[in-house]
Design a binder for this molecule. Structure first.
Ligand SMILES: NC(=O)c1ccc[n+]([C@@H]2O[C@H](COP(=O)([O-])OP(=O)(O)OC[C@H]3O[C@@H](n4cnc5c(N)ncnc54)[C@H](OP(=O)(O)O)[C@@H]3O)[C@@H](O)[C@H]2O)c1
Length: 331
């Protein structure tokens, strides 16, 4: 099969397509004829060696396609059925493998998709949709009275999380963007769009007009000084969920600030816990797929590039010029 392989950690242009044997499913697993493989910022971290996988490996932690074969003990996945799979159950051992014509997933990390599903659109929301859903509902326990602030709102994880919060009917969903160019035309689902540089003044204006004393929930895939600046904007009992670190900077946060301001600091790394909570992951996956398929969440079509342009997508993610989401067309 054709696959993108990382032989050793390196820059984006070290990614290229090669031929290798197709993997077969073991007990509890399915193999998938991959139609689309999603690309996210985290893939660049694996490729560069910031997060380690045994070498050589095929990157890619989400894919859609059709069931090729079900391994021993697996039921409910008929060959040919359209399917979406998460490939980041690292708690079970090394996985990834999406940038390839055939990928193997654990059945608990797979969902059969509606027959008429748009496989490119569905691929774009798998990892980020499940992470955003779990962050909003299982960790922040968001309510319709909450003002939700999303950092990195122009990125893959930030944008779907904003759409999921809006679909839940929160009071306000405020997106934080690094530049005017990153703001979606027409505003998308955001009630307010804020430039990172203006964060404190604009949020004070918004929450002041609401009669509140800050934001209730911060979803934080960015880190750096935005993380601490957003933390300072939390209302009493406010929750900040750390889901990533696209800035590469991890500032210290004070325990006293959590204590004395009655705030909550939470974290979620889907890849580290997915194998331990398969029901939660499965429920989130079904919920997000259903919302998008029914059009309740209007997931925009992702950019689609062929498999052999994976390096280009990695470079764009690293220099912050990538569209909100790109998927690789594999077949
Ligand atoms: N918890 C999980 O299980 C999970 C799941 C998926 C992703 N993640 C993590 O979430 C993060 C985002 O992933 P993604 O795929 O959404 O990436 P992405 O599409 O590249 O989006 C990242 C966003 O962060 C902002 N950003 C990047 N560098 C920044 C900097 N130096 N300072 C301020 N803002 C910066 C960018 O916004 P502007 O350019 O507008 O500033 C961009 O919108 C990554 O760390 C990834 O590993 C975690």
């Amino acid at each position: 099969m054709r696959a993108v392989v990382v032989e050793k950690p390196g820059p984006a242009d070290s990614l290229s397509v090669t031929e290798k044997p197709a993997p077969a499913p073991g007990p509890g697993e399915i193999s998938v004829d991959v139609a689309y493989a999603g690309v996210g910022f985290v893939d660049t971290l694996f490729r560069a060696g910031a997060f380690e996988l045994p070498l050589p490996f095929v990157p890619g932690i989400e894919a859609t396609g059709h069931v090729r074969e079900a391994g021993p003990g697996v039921t409910g996945f008929e060959p040919g059925a359209p399917v979406g799979v998460l490939l980041n159950d690292f708690g079970r051992g090394p996985r990834a493998g999406g940038y390839a014509e055939v990928a193997v997933a654990h059945a608990s990390m797979a969902t059969v998709l509606p027959a008429d599903a748009d496989l490119a659109r569905m691929c774009a929301l798998l990892i980020n949709g499940v992470t955003g859903w779990l962050a909003l509902h299982d960790l922040a326990r968001v309510t319709d009275r909450d003002t939700v602030l999303v950092l990195g709102a122009g990125g893959g994880l930030g944008s779907i999380t904003g759409r999921l919060a809006a679909a839940h009917g929160v009071r306000r969903v405020v997106g934080v963007f690094g530049s005017e160019a990153r703001k979606p035309a027409g505003g998308g689902e955001w009630t307010d769009m804020v430039l990172a540089a203006d964060l404190a003044s604009v949020v004070a204006e918004i929450t002041g007009a609401d009669g509140g004393g800050g934001v209730d929930v911060v979803i934080d895939p960015v880190g750096g000084d935005l993380r601490t600046r957003a933390f300072d904007l939390l209302a009493p009992f406010g929750r900040q969920v750390v889901v990533g670190n696209a800035s590469g900077q991890d500032p210290a946060l004070s325990g006293d600030a959590v204590w004395l301001h009655s705030r909550q600091l939470l974290g979620l790394s889907l890849g580290g816990v997915a194998h331990a909570v398969p029901e939660q992951v499965g429920a989130a996956l079904s919920a997000v797929v259903d919302l998008v398929h029914r059009g309740v969440v209007r997931e925009p079509a992702p950019a689609v590039l062929p498999l052999d342009r994976a390096a280009e997508v990695h470079a764009a993610l690293e220099n912050r010029t990538a569209p909100a989401k790109t998927v690789l067309a594999v077949r």
